[in-house]
Design a protein around this ligand. Structure first.
Ligand SMILES: Nc1ncnc2c1ncn2[C@@H]1O[C@H](COP(=O)(O)OP(=O)(O)OP(=O)(O)O)[C@@H](O)[C@H]1O
Length: 783
């Protein structure tokens, strides 16, 4: 049988149709704009399965956006064998349930339910069309709406609370949690008993006051003892369940924090480009804390309050049905008003917290950058800024205080009125001998318990909502998986590792700026054991080249290879941990000892290895001049060290792992000339025998380079191959010089003739200091 499918966006339809169920064999490529005709070898019902698969937005490809197809009309139906179309609709009906069960479903678009409408449309329109052309089979004219924009970002797609993951954290503690729940229920049930016993005690008091017969103490002793036992038991049970609950809560919170931290550390660098550190830290601290508190409250207060409300309502109805009915009308009304006020107060409290956070951020920034503040004499301005934010938070806090006072005053009046009302109505029942005085007392105490419990539950509701959203935020980052794994893949044995690196036609855009091409067709080879200097204008993409080499990102197109192997096939942790040493412009040290900072490069490095790396980095001398030597704590981010000292420690940290490839990203650009000399000496020593990529701003940095590559517009626009001794002269006379900044260098001696996109190859220097450039093809690999 032949079926015809007409669509105005055929590629989309074809993509949507393929990949699920018995594959139709399309005998013509779909092309946009023309009516596509598909010869399909599958049976009509199978064809319908495909059509309706699109209709109900199922996608066979996990993670792919689903097609929102709208069935517009059914028309132009043609079937070669002339079978009645009703059988097709019958097939649809039969397959519908099957489809729903088998197809993965997309979350529905907000505010509409397209699947249902499509089905309704198909079922309503289908018979009309088919009744017009009953003998011609079926052709569906479909129009694909533009696929919805990729919905990403927390503001667009609301993540859901991940119950499955929560269960995994809870499962190891189920036994303890079960015990806590049992104890909490026990405490609640004991609490239900107490009003009844209190009522009986009041009865004895009333009887003794009325009759003055017998001994009050003898009569009340057993009841008093019973009450004492219940009070003790209630205290014990409360202590028990709170201890157990706190144990479960803290352990679950610690597990969650560990898992979240571990998953955050595994995320791609692109993830950190898009997120603020404060946001991530807040998920680790505040959100987990909020979730833990809510969880504990739900089990302790929630369970207990529910049990108490249920138990006390039974007790109340046994005591007086009429009073209970009155209570059940009045209490929810008061609770409703209380909840409304409570939610307004919670909103105010949130605003208050936000304002405090803003004030804290100002203080944090000022104290964290105190040197800059001092250098610009901005203390007064920072004080004013902080004062303004603090003033705002004080106003909000006072408003909140007034709100809480009003709430408490009103609720106190309401509860007292309820007591008064119960006493009045209950008193009239007692007068009419429908209730005893003791029962009225029991009723009062039990109704107070109900009211307290319901108040707890209303507060709890807001807490649960907050806890769930905090949990959602925590689990959201726990389930993210990075595109570049931390480990896994091949490792090249050290004895076979040469350190030859090639970028083949690499194109790259940062994931957070997809339309902005930083590298385009970038091709470059770093020969093993040679030094390649990368120069170019600021923002030209030099650091990006280093990031791709570290595999912080993967190229959008093209490949980066190490000894001929695509970096994507190599183990990233081996690559970063053992092969590549990275020294950046702003070295970041950890607030611990010098020894531990250097060992960060290789955790199992012996003391001797650390000393050797420090000597190689010109750092040993200044380290040993400190009273504490290698045990000197360097302060937060190395604040107690000079720029040159920090840089030399960073070099030692990179060298301790004996990397085959070194990346020096403007490693000396932030230093004064003396520090630069010391660091440059260390770098020259460290570069020997290694493949080195130097990202440079200064002529002095590229003096010893074997190649100098000029990067412009995301490509290599010039490539200078030179002997180490002559590279400087070559540089001075090329257009690379404008990209390099050095006041101490002499002016350009000789300007080479060259053009954009050409590679200039240096010839023999004869006589020394002179050079003759020759032109060769762009991107040519160095000899
Ligand atoms: N993490 C990032 N996310 C998005 N864009 C980025 C990111 N890092 C850099 N860029 C952009 O990529 C381009 C290249 O930046 P890169 O840091 O590689 O330049 P560079 O040549 O090293 O500059 P400089 O010499 O000033 O350090 C710039 O336009 C920059 O704005």
């Amino acid at each position: 049988m032949k079926l015809m499918l007409l669509s105005t966006n055929h590629r989309r339809v074809a993509r949507g149709l393929s990949g699920w169920g018995p594959e139709p064999t399309w005998n013509r490529q779909w092309s946009k704009g023309e009516a596509a005709v598909a010869g399909c070898s599958c049976s009509p019902p199978t064809m319908l399965v495909h059509l309706f698969r699109v209709g109900i937005r199922g996608s066979p490809v996990p993670g792919k956006p689903l097609l929102p197809l709208r069935f517009q009309t059914f028309s132009a139906v043609r079937s070669r064998d002339g079978r009645p179309s009703s059988c097709l609709l019958g097939a649809v009906a039969r397959l519908r349930a099957q489809l729903r069960a088998r197809l993965p479903r997309a979350p529905p678009a907000p505010g509409r339910s397209p699947s249902a409408w499509r089905w309704v449309g198909a079922v309503l329109l289908g018979p009309v069309v088919l009744s017009k052309c009953p003998r011609r089979g079926l052709v569906a004219l479909c129009e694909a709406e533009a696929a919805p924009p990729a919905r990403s970002g927390p503001g667009v797609v609301e993540p859901r609370f991940n119950w499955k993951l929560f269960w995994q954290f809870l499962r190891p503690h189920l036994l303890v949690l079960g015990a806590a729940v049992v104890l909490a229920l026990g405490a609640a049930l004991v609490n239900v008993q107490i009003p009844l016993l209190l009522g009986q005690l009041v009865e004895i008091v009333a009887k003794y006051t009325r009759d003055h017969v017998g001994s009050f103490l003898t009569e009340s002793r057993s009841l008093g003892t019973h009450l004492l036992i219940l009070y003790g038991l209630q205290g014990l049970l409360t202590f028990g369940y709170l201890v157990l609950l706190s144990r479960v809560g803290e352990r679950v919170a610690a597990d969650m924090r560990r898992a979240l931290f571990s998953n955050l550390l595994r995320q791609d660098i692109a993830f950190f480009d898009a997120k603020k550190t404060g946001q991530l830290v807040s998920r680790l601290t505040t959100d987990v804390q909020e979730f833990k508190s809510s969880f504990k409250l739900v089990v302790s207060q929630g369970l207990r309050s529910c049990t108490q409300v249920a138990g006390c309502l039974v007790t109340l109805s046994m005591l007086s049905t009429r009073l209970t009915l009155l209570l059940m009308v009045a209490t929810p009304a008061l609770m409703g008003a209380g909840t409304l006020m409570g939610s307004a107060l919670r909103k105010l409290s949130r605003q208050c917290q936000e304002q405090v956070a803003r004030a804290t951020a100002v203080a944090d920034e000022a104290l964290g950058n105190v040197r800059t503040v001092r250098a610009f004499a901005m203390e007064q301005r920072e004080e004013e800024l902080y004062g303004a934010e603090l003033g705002g938070s004080r106003c909000k806090a006072e408003e909140l205080g007034r709100g809480i006072a009003l709430f408490q005053g009103l609720s106190s009046i309401a509860f007292n009125c309820m007591v008064l009302g119960t006493l009045c109505i209950g008193g009239s029942l007692v007068a009419g001998q429908q209730l005893t005085g003791g029962d009225l007392m029991s009723f009062l105490v039990a109704s107070q318990t109900v009211q307290r419990s319901m108040a707890n539950l209303s507060v709890l509701f807001g807490q649960v909502v907050r806890g769930l959203s905090a949990g959602t935020r925590v689990f959201e980052y726990m389930t993210l998986s990075p595109c570049i794994p931390l480990s896994g893949g091949h490792c090249i044995p050290r004895e076979h590792l040469r350190g030859s690196i090639t970028f083949h036609n690499v194109c790259f855009s940062y994931p957070c700026r997809p339309g902005f091409h930083v590298l385009r067709d970038f091709t470059l080879t770093l020969p093993p054991g040679k030094i390649v200097a990368l120069v170019g204008q600021s923002g030209g993409g030099k650091t990006t080249v280093a990031s791709l080499l570290e595999r912080f990102y993967d190229p959008t197109a093209g490949t980066v290879t190490l000894d001929g192997r695509d970096l994507r096939t190599l183990d990233p942790s081996w690559l970063r941990g053992q092969v590549i040493g990275f020294i950046s412009q702003e070295p970041v040290l950890f607030g611990t000892t010098i020894m531990e900072n250097i060992r960060f490069g290789k955790l199992d490095a012996s003391d001797e290895e650390v000393y050797a790396a420090a000597r190689e980095a010109n750092a040993h001398e200044f380290i040993t001049s400190f009273p504490e030597g290698y045990n000197t704590v360097v302060g937060e981010r190395g604040a107690t060290l000079s720029g040159g000292q920090k840089q030399r420690l960073a070099i030692a940290r990179a060298l301790v792992k004996q990397p085959s490839v070194l990346i020096l990203d403007e490693a000396t650009s932030a230093l004064d000339s003396e520090s630069e000399r010391l660091v440059q000496e260390a770098l020259d020593r460290a570069s020997a025998g290694r493949t080195v990529l130097v990202i440079a701003h200064r002529l002095s940095t590229v003096r010893g380079a074997h190649q100098i590559v000029v990067l412009a517009h995301g490509r290599v626009c010039e490539l200078w191959l030179s002997g180490a001794a002559s590279s400087r002269a070559a540089l001075l006379s090329t257009s690379a010089a404008p990209y390099l900044v050095s006041a101490s260098e002499p002016p350009a001696q000789h300007r080479a003739q060259q053009s954009h996109g050409q590679v200039l190859e240096e010839a023999e220097l004869d006589p020394p200091g002179q050079y003759l450039p020759t032109l060769s093809s762009p991107g040519r690999a160095p000899a």
